[in-house]
Write a protein that binds this ligand. Structure first.
Ligand code: AMO
Length: 440
């Protein structure tokens, strides 16, 4: 099958070409009809002149095949914003390969101005909009930037299960699944597997799905999300902070370098990436927030508003869109987090915040088998349910730790999206799993 990709057409002026794609917009100007045709490489304007006889005229979203002549556009009709803006395709023949039904809303604008539920109810259609697609082109580069940075740290990529015998992150937010005659869980995180893997590979990275039966609807939580994790052996707390900041910076820099045009289209400022990311203990952050806002907090965690405030501080005072918060209360963190030997009430844990939202979390881990079993018992967990995990600690386990970035959270923050659901191809929450559950 002969096919010319749209982005090659500017080199083919005066030639007859065949293009396959979707009709993005149709504009009827009297007897002349203009179509914007989209394939994976770009968009081109197609002209159907009155002399061309077509049995059926295509409409928005029809999948079509057009054969035509690539012509230079008249000087006054050049579109400088389009890579193909100096040419157009004059139709000789056109075949509708698959006809689209009438669209429920206009897909032709630069922005798709829809309420979030509509955007998601018609996901198969709204994903076709050029601006929506760009969110996922950026997401692809977030993953690529992460992989490159993790490989630079000499991590081995691993692939881990999403069905597990034990639940790792504590709390009730775990999905149970029937596993033959047994009960199992969807993983809340690949935590136990990446720690076990440290014993084998010393340094690992992985990109995996994580499931949380979040009981509430927020703009930053999904029931199924994608985590990008690293776990590093023979590392102490400060080394881990250096590693996570290196990766965080590298990811954002990679996206900025690859898609400056998309960031501009989304109206986001160039991220401020200071080579020295400010680091604060959680209590220091609370003190700064109190000084700035007068808001007292004895909470064992930072609230979403606290996160926004401390990020405002980091930007104003340290010229940084990143800030690392450390030493969260041990009780608030998962069982495997190492308590700070100086003050065990607080843990050697950290979150990385970016533009007002936590995008990463992690800790140095307890690597002593006895301590680990003790903590599990204190928390009412049964070590028997963690047999394979604990096995790793029986056979020599170095000091180690790691971290996990939320892919959708990073995408949302880099593009300044209002809701995490926009950064998930097919978001799941308590109201939605492919369909809106209230509709059933
Ligand atoms: P945590 O639970 O903080 O840590 O998750 C790590 C990162 O994953 C993202 N994230 C989510 N994104 C969307 N919806 C959710 N429900 C959701 N939950 C988490 C966030 C968060 O910072 N095992 C540890 C990590 C570690 O210690 O290495 C963990 O899962 O961006």
């Amino acid at each position: 099958m002969q096919r010319d990709l749209i982005n090659t057409l500017p080199e083919k002026v005066g030639q007859s070409v065949t293009v396959y794609g979707f009709v993005q917009v149709r504009r009827d100007h009297g007897k002349i009809i203009f179509l914007d045709i989209l394939d994976r490489s770009g968009t081109v304007q197609v002209v159907i002149s009155p002399g061309v006889n077509l049995d059926h005229l295509p409409g928005a979203q029809d999948a079509i095949c057009v054969t035509g002549m690539v012509n230079k556009r008249p000087e006054n009709l050049i579109n400088k914003n389009l890579p193909t803006g100096e040419i157009e395709l004059a139709v000789q023949s056109l075949e509708i390969l698959s006809k689209a039904q009438e669209l429920p809303f206009d897909m032709g604008g630069k922005d798709l101005d829809l309420q979030l539920p509509t955007l998601l109810d018609f996901r198969a259609l709204t994903l076709r909009h050029p601006k929506i697609k760009k969110i996922f082109k950026v997401q692809e580069m977030v993953v690529e930037g992460f992989k490159r940075a993790a490989q630079k740290l000499d991590c081995t990529e691993i692939f881990t299960p999403t069905i597990s015998y034990s639940s790792t992150e504590g709390g009730a937010e775990v999905f149970k699944v029937k596993y033959y005659e047994h009960e199992a869980f969807l993983v809340q995180s690949p935590q136990i597997y990446k720690q076990i893997a440290v014993g084998a590979f010393e340094r690992v990275y992985l990109i995996s799905h994580a499931y949380r039966s979040e009981p509430s609807i927020t703009t930053r939580h999904l029931s199924e999300s994608i985590q990008m994790d690293c776990e590093l052996g023979f590392m102490e707390f400060e080394d881990l902070l250096d590693a996570l900041e290196l990766v965080g910076r590298a990811v954002v820099e990679y996206v900025v370098k690859t898609y400056p045009d998309i960031l501009e289209e989304f109206g986001v400022d160039q991220p401020k990436i200071n080579p020295e990311i400010p680091r604060l203990k959680m209590r220091e952050a609370q003190e700064i927030i109190r000084e700035r806002t007068g808001r007292e907090s004895n909470e064992p965690d930072l609230s979403p508003e606290d996160e926004r405030e401390i990020c405002r501080w980091a930007l104003e005072e340290k010229n940084s869109d990143f800030v690392t918060i450390t030493h969260y209360p041990t009780k608030k963190r998962a069982f495997y987090s190492m308590p700070d030997p100086q003050n065990p009430e607080y843990s050697l844990s950290y979150d990385l915040l970016f533009k007002g939202v936590e995008i990463l979390s992690g800790s140095q881990r307890i690597h002593d088998l006895g301590k680990l079993e003790e903590v599990m018992k204190e928390r009412g967990m049964d070590p028997k349910n963690f047999e394979m995990y604990l096995q790793a600690f029986k056979f020599g386990m170095p000091s180690h730790g790691g971290f996990s970035f939320g892919l959708e959270r990073m995408t949302m923050q880099i593009l300044g999206l209002a809701n995490i659901r926009e950064a998930s191809l097919f978001p799941r929450d308590m109201e939605r799993i492919d369909i809106r559950l209230s509709k059933t």
